[in-house]
Design a protein around this ligand. Structure first.
Ligand SMILES: Cc1cc2nc3c(=O)[nH]c(=O)nc-3n(C[C@H](O)[C@H](O)[C@H](O)COP(=O)(O)O)c2cc1C
Length: 403
């Protein structure tokens, strides 16, 4: 549980110069951040049914983590067509917006800052998750390897093979951008401080960007300029709604998640980082290009480290990097000037007060992957804070009157 005490201790530490690079203040768009520990977007598949509505527990979960310099919400589908997994929350219905408002209120009451990650999964879906059981859409009709996570007739989660998606027609592209515009307006109405465009991890925008999933011959395919067009058009459409400085973009150069790859990642992502530099965005957020090697227990290859450097050089703005960090490596990346902020994923699942634990070098709770997706409080809101470890009573983090 993050309390005012935790917060003021962090602020006190920063104001007194007790500041390793991870605990130096930072400016992000219009916001002053007290330190540089960001909560990465984390899908937890616990939305209330029917309707994929964030639950009261979600308000509690995020408020517990409000001492993050910035919370980036779990990926949130911008439309029914954008959904790819059972029980993920949306930001397209009135009920969802109302429920998200309770989440952002709880975070703000705990002095936190929260952006909403806007998500369209493209081909990483299944007719069972689509309106009227339609085919998922994609830049090109290429079936991904792997399986979709759907809810079966018994109400349980089930993995089923992906299907061949339908290629979006050129005429549908403005409608797609409208889905993002509506979601951005909804995010603002729900009280989010900004949004992050999810252009990473093999979902729709990434499917346009990378060559293995984009075989189009129109203005959205072929050359790098054409493949990044959708992301740039979405960015340009959202700037008048939110202001550039409340928009972030997430990319995953070299990531292979969801069966994706690019013929020439240096050119593609280098060009894209350069283009995104021109908008004055709040930030660019990249998944560490070496993450998959690190997860396989391998030493990061020079080309992965070079990709991170390339993005840093091409992007003239605030850079967040996520993926496989601990306090030492995060400090090193900041010290080397390779990032401005570091996002932590799995460590934030298990440690609601992660910034404070990193600051005082306290032991970390270990995350339990069996409770990542679906379920209730277990593995969600029941990881203890340091105060709870010490036997102190943590205060309830949300108004219990809200259902
Ligand atoms: C349970 C889980 C859910 C995730 N959900 C999302 C998501 O919704 N959006 C996203 O961009 N990345 C998502 N990721 C990736 C994380 O944001 C992060 O990049 C990844 O966990 C690596 O960082 P870490 O080593 O600090 O955990 C997820 C990762 C995990 C473990």
């Amino acid at each position: 549980m993050v309390t005012a005490t935790t917060h003021s201790r962090l602020l006190h530490a920063v104001q007194n110069g007790d500041a390793t690079p991870l605990f130096q203040e930072c400016r992000l768009g219009p916001f002053n951040l007290p330190h540089r520990v960001v909560m990465a977007p984390l899908t937890r598949s616990r939305a209330r049914q029917p309707g994929n509505v964030p639950s009261q527990l979600a308000a509690c979960y995020y408020a517990q983590r409000a001492s993050a310099a910035l919370i980036i919400s779990e990926a949130t589908q911008i439309s029914m067509q954008g959904q790819g997994y059972a029980w993920t929350p949306g930001i397209h219905s009135r009920e969802q917006v109302e429920a998200w408002r309770q989440v952002t209120k709880a975070v703000h009451e705990a002095d936190g800052l929260i952006f909403n990650q806007l998500w369209h999964v493209g081909r990483i879906s299944h007719p069972a998750l689509q309106p009227d059981n339609m085919l998922p859409v994609a830049p090109s009709a290429i079936t991904p390897a792997g399986k979709a996570f759907i809810e079966n007739e018994r109400g349980e989660g089930e993995l089923v093979p992906f299907v061949r998606p339908r290629a979006l027609a050129f005429e549908e592209m403005p409608y797609l951008i409208k889905q993002y515009e509506r979601a951005a307006r909804n995010a603002e109405a729900a009280g989010f401080d900004g949004i992050e465009i999810h252009a990473a991890n093999g979902y729709l925008i990434d499917q346009f960007i990378e060559s293995s999933t984009n075989q189009r011959s129109d203005a959205y395919g072929g050359t790098v300029q054409n493949r990044v067009r959708l992301l740039l058009e979405i960015t340009e459409a959202l700037i008048p709604i939110l202001g550039a400085d409340r928009i972030g973009v997430r990319l995953s150069p070299l990531g292979k998640m969801n069966d994706i790859s690019d013929d020439d990642p240096e050119s593609t992502f280098g060009y894209l980082a350069e283009q995104l530099s021109g908008y004055g965005l709040a930030y660019l957020h990249i998944v560490n290009p070496a993450l998959e090697q690190m997860q396989n227990g391998e030493k990061p290859e020079p080309y992965a480290l070079n990709m991170a450097r390339l993005i840093r050089n091409k992007y003239q703005g605030t850079l967040i990097v996520a993926g496989g960090f601990n306090a030492d490596s995060a400090t090193q990346w900041l010290r080397d000037g390779q990032a401005d902020l570091i996002a932590f994923g799995r460590k934030f699942i298990a440690n609601p007060d992660l910034p404070e634990r990193l600051r005082v070098d306290a032991p970390l709770n270990v995350d339990d992957p069996t409770t990542y997706y679906g379920g209730g409080e277990k593995g969600y809101t029941d990881y203890p804070s340091l105060e709870q470890d010490r036997g102190e009573k943590a205060k309830a983090c949300v108004d219990q009157r809200w259902r």
